[in-house]
Design a protein around this ligand. Structure first.
Ligand code: SF4
Length: 961
């Protein structure tokens, strides 16, 4: 008697809509388990069941169960009494391999490649593929040396998994298949869905289930006219064998096939009608995304349910941020998950910087973190911190003072942070101990505290969880090994660099944005973006550890090559266009700064469906014509772009308001009398350095003097050398001074270590030392020739005997400045400033005002200010009037010393006039940006938006020209 058929192949057209009727019939029967390797397939089925009353009732009565393959195999393994093992996540497997770096280097021919980022993930992927194809690299090691390496990596991984009592899903299935086929009573009917190519391991599992008495219904896809388009599932025994009968059920309803099934067809006539399919070519990716979002929003506003619309993109990492920002701006509710590199999250980045700074023990690096918004430092706290740094103390002394909280204005957590750093620097512990210490560190800082759980805070919280998960993977890999703080930080930072963080967008009533063709369900409209070569299909890339040649060398060549991967993407495209009766496929002609080529699959589509409509949207249609239904702000933008009037009265009113505001912006008249008074007042005290800004650009003066904004600069040779000079005793003999300068320079570079690469650090060290050597030489010459004696460094003008008040008519102008080095000459104080010193004096118009003012600060008898250019080693004494009696201020070009004498009358008539004119300009209260050559040395171009090089014509007028 023939055995009853327990394996049923249910053949359907691709797309969930085509499969749903057959699935419904199967689910009507009792006790069905729906199984898939793809979570997105299970999600689609779950939502579909939830929308059907009778199926929902069966699921609530546990007659239908949805389960992932991992969970299902776990149940079978327990039933078969296999030793209990947890499955290691890919993250943990990567960490285990990374921990075996020495074995990998010694036992394989891969050498240092085994320690490169991304190696572990690539090796795990290849090993998993070999297991899915039931290929043991140990048996194949003779066919290619790469397989010998993979055999070693496999042995290393399996022994590491065994040591930690862990396993992987495929290893678990391999063990299960060796056991006698048997399943628990409740597993009687399995519906297996969502496979593209059924790999041999899963085919054997299905056979094992059938032998254990289970009925398995395997859903596979077919093309209506091309039988070879989808691969046949590789069941080991054909249906001709009576011991393993297979029933094939054609559930495909060809009569209701969509016109898109003509694509990739064989011998089928061309289809004329295809109103549901449309191709859209846009000028760039921004227009592409916004056009799609606007069209989807229009449908939502027309009453389409959100679940009937799906937006597909092949690469969410690329399109996700664009869609996210576009959806916020255009008010389109969406549901989307996309990933970004973990360390792109600001909190993760700040925590990584903090760990780097604490490892280096660098108080200066910690202070960069201190300025991050996460510390929520109040101005008084930041001020106290900066004051402590400027006391000229050694780093060790600053740490001690911080821990003792010498100033009550210092943030409360600062002393705990200092204590944390002191203990951590001397501790060793397991990776688990360090995780506990890391948690303590996070808790003592006010990073993400607060009740307001904003979207940004949720993202930071999720990034922190991802960091902890990465650290836990390291803890599993390093087990009980004791690590220093430096070693643990090195390991976790390397792990974090390979991890990604999720950005989850969950708008109420949002439409789905996805990058999986298995996730689209049964939408009424599918809008697909990014249909370009390189995205769909993706660029063909060979497996670096097992390239095509090595794959073809395996007897029978069972493994897919990179070309077969391209076929898999063609199937994805076919699934995509089959998912809905209405499909819009869009591509940008340019992306970022490069030209794009439309996907070859669109050409396949147009060959099969010649009537398929192509819509082009150029730059001139960046914004559509305004309509009264649009939000007023959108109407205004669209109207401005298209050169028409906004249709709705409130949009017209908004436009008028805007025009009035923008016309005022150009004149820049502040309407608030308070503000007007504030910006037209001369700051008291007025910083000498700001005068140049006031003379050149009123806006720059505004941000420097009134907003008190500072720019954070990348560490440079110049800034490192200057910081080392501040800490060095300049009265030391030259050789000792050089030594001390180098020591401080090294400490400064150590502080910059977390922010720079090894190459940058080396370059910084070399160039900073060169600058300092040249400084020592010039300083020694100045001491000998100009008879200068250092008295103080980085001193406030208020703490010197120099002049602090200038009179302008009956107005007293109080001045302020920070003097880099204060010298004493013949009993008088002479200021020295670092900065640009022109070689040709006629180039120094801006220098002249600054130099003359500093010189005028000195007492009448010695009107001299010195300027030192660290980058050239050149030092120039600017002297107004007669040379001071007894001083040696003369030019000594061999010693890099120059005198620039100015006659007193010239100063009084020329520079004073400029000074007064600048004061008048400040008092006038103008705040307009004044672009010019000086923009090159300004860092506020992002605020003023008027930097000279940004003043270009609009794109639209360029195009129409
Ligand atoms: S970039 Fe130019 S215009 Fe803008 S603030 Fe700076 S100096 Fe002024």
């Amino acid at each position: 008697m023939a055995k009853s058929t327990r394996l049923r192949l249910i053949r359907c057209l691709p797309g969930f809509a085509a499969q749903a009727p057959a699935l419904r019939r199967e689910l009507q029967k009792r006790g069905a388990i729906v199984l898939s390797q793809r979570n997105e397939c299970l999600r689609v089925v779950r939502d579909w069941i939830a929308s059907d009353e009778s199926l929902r009732a069966k699921m609530e009565a546990n007659e239908i169960t949805l389960t992932s393959l991992g969970e299902f195999v776990g149940r079978l393994a327990s039933h078969a009494d296999l030793p209990h093992r947890r499955s290691a996540s890919p993250l943990v497997q990567e960490a285990l391999l990374a921990a075996e770096e020495d074995s990998l280097v010694n036992r394989t021919s891969l050498g240092v490649m085994a320690s490169k980022p991304g190696f572990q993930a690539a090796a795990l992927e290849t090993l998993q593929e070999l297991r899915h194809y039931e290929l043991d690299p140990r048996d194949l090691a003779h066919s290619d040396p790469r397989l010998a390496d993979l055999a070693e990596i496999s042995a290393i991984l399996e022994s590491a998994l065994e040591k930690h009592k862990l396993t992987t899903l495929s290893l678990r299935v391999q063990q299960l298949l060796e056991a006698e086929p048997s399943v628990p009573d409740e597993i009687r009917r399995v519906l297996w869905i969502g496979e593209d190519v059924l790999e041999p391991l899963w085919a054997r599992l299905i056979q094992w289930l059938v032998e254990a008495g289970c009925t398995v219904s395997y859903f596979c896809e077919v093309h209506p006219t091309n039988a070879e388009f989808f691969p046949e599932p590789p069941f080991p025994q054909a249906d001709a064998d009576a011991s393993f009968p297979i029933e094939t059920i054609d559930a495909t309803d060809l009569a209701s096939s969509l016109p898109q099934h003509a694509v990739y067809g064989r011998g089928a006539p061309k289809v004329e009608g295809c109103e549901g399919i449309q191709i859209v070519a846009t000028a760039d990716e921004f227009i592409e995304v916004e056009t799609a979002l606007r069209e989807l929003r229009d449908r939502l506003q027309d009453g389409a349910p959100p679940q009937s619309l799906v937006l597909y993109v092949p690469t969410l990492s690329e399109y996700g941020p664009l869609i996210h920002s576009g959806a916020i701006r255009l008010r389109v509710p969406i549901v989307m998950d996309y990933q970004i590199p973990l360390l792109q999250n600001p909190l993760a980045r700040a925590l990584q910087d903090l760990l780097g700074a604490l490892v280096a023990g660098s108080i200066h690096a910690v202070s960069l973190v201190m300025r991050s918004p996460f510390t929520r430092a109040k101005p008084a706290e930041t001020g106290a911190w900066e004051a402590l740094l400027q006391e000229g103390l050694s780093e060790a002394e600053i740490w001690q003072r911080l821990e003792a909280r010498v100033d009550a204005n210092l943030p409360e957590w600062a002393s705990e942070l200092a204590a944390w750093q002191r203990t951590a620097a001397n501790e060793i512990g397991t990776a688990s101990d360090w995780i506990a210490r890391f948690r303590e560190l996070v808790a003592l800082l006010p990073w993400i505290h607060g009740d307001a759980f904003t979207e940004a805070e949720k993202r930071h919280g999720s990034a922190l969880d991802t960091m902890i998960r990465g650290a836990e993977a390291e803890a599993i890999a390093t087990l009980n090994r004791k690590l220093s703080f430096r070693e643990w930080t090195r390991r976790v930072v390397a792990r974090w660099k390979t991890q990604t963080a999720y950005i989850r967008v969950r708008d109420r009533g949002g439409l789905l944005v996805t990058q999986s063709v298995w996730d689209v369900g049964t939408p009424d409209l599918l809008y697909a973006l990014g249909m370009t070569e390189g995205r769909i299909p993706r660029k063909r890339i060979e497996d670096p550890l097992l390239p095509d040649r090595a794959r073809l060398a395996i007897p029978g060549a069972p493994l897919p090559t990179s070309y077969e991967e391209a076929y898999a993407m063609q199937r994805d495209f076919y699934r995509l266009i089959s998912a809905s009766p209405h499909v819009i496929l869009s591509y940008p002609k340019t992306f970022s700064e490069g030209d794009e080529v439309a996907s070859g699959y669109l050409a396949d589509l147009r060959i099969a469906l010649p009537a398929c409509r192509l819509r082009e949207i150029g730059f001139d249609r960046r914004l559509p014509d305004p309509t009264p239904e649009q939000e007023p702000h959108e109407q205004v933008a669209s109207a401005a772009w298209n050169g028409v009037e906004p249709p709705a009265p409130e949009a017209k009113a908004l436009l008028e308001q805007l025009q009035e505001e923008t016309s005022r912006c150009d004149i820049v008249v502040l309407s608030s009398p308070n503000l007007q008074q504030r910006v037209s007042s001369i700051p008291d005290p007025l910083r000498v350095d700001h005068l140049r800004a006031a003379e050149e650009c009123a806006f720059r003066f505004l941000v420097l003097a009134h907003f008190r904004l500072r720019t954070r600069r990348h560490p440079s040779a110049w800034s490192v050398a200057r910081a080392a000079i501040y800490k060095t005793d300049l009265s030391l003999p030259p050789e000792e001074m050089k030594e001390e300068l180098r020591r401080h320079c090294k400490a400064e570079i150590d502080a910059a270590r977390p922010y720079l690469s090894q190459e940058e650090l080396r370059l910084l060290q070399l160039s900073a030392n060169t600058l300092l050597d040249s400084f020592v030489q010039t300083e020694a010459n100045a001491r000998e020739r100009w008879k200068v004696r250092p008295k103080a460094k980085r001193v406030s003008l208020q703490d010197t005997g120099l002049r602090k008040v200038f009179r302008n008519g009956d107005q007293a102008i109080h001045l302020d400045a920070t003097i880099d080095v204060l010298y004493e000459v013949e009993g008088f104080e002479v200021p020295m400033l670092f900065g640009f010193v022109p070689v040709e004096t006629q180039d120094g118009d801006a220098f002249e005002l600054r130099a003359a003012l500093y010189a005028a600060l000195a007492p009448e008898a010695v009107r001299v200010a010195i300027f030192h250019d660290l980058s050239t080693g050149l030092r120039r004494a600017y002297q107004v009037g007669r040379a001071p009696t007894g001083s040696g201020f003369v030019s000594y070009t061999r010693g890099n010393l120059y005198l620039l004498p100015r006659d007193k009358n010239g100063f009084l008539n020329g520079i004073r006039e400029r000074f007064v004119r600048t004061l008048d300009k400040i008092a006038f209260g103008t705040v307009s940006p004044e672009p010019g050559n000086h923009c090159k040395s300004c860092s506020f171009e992002d605020f003023c938006r008027k930097e000279e090089s940004l003043l270009v014509k609009s794109t639209k007028s360029d195009e129409s020209a």
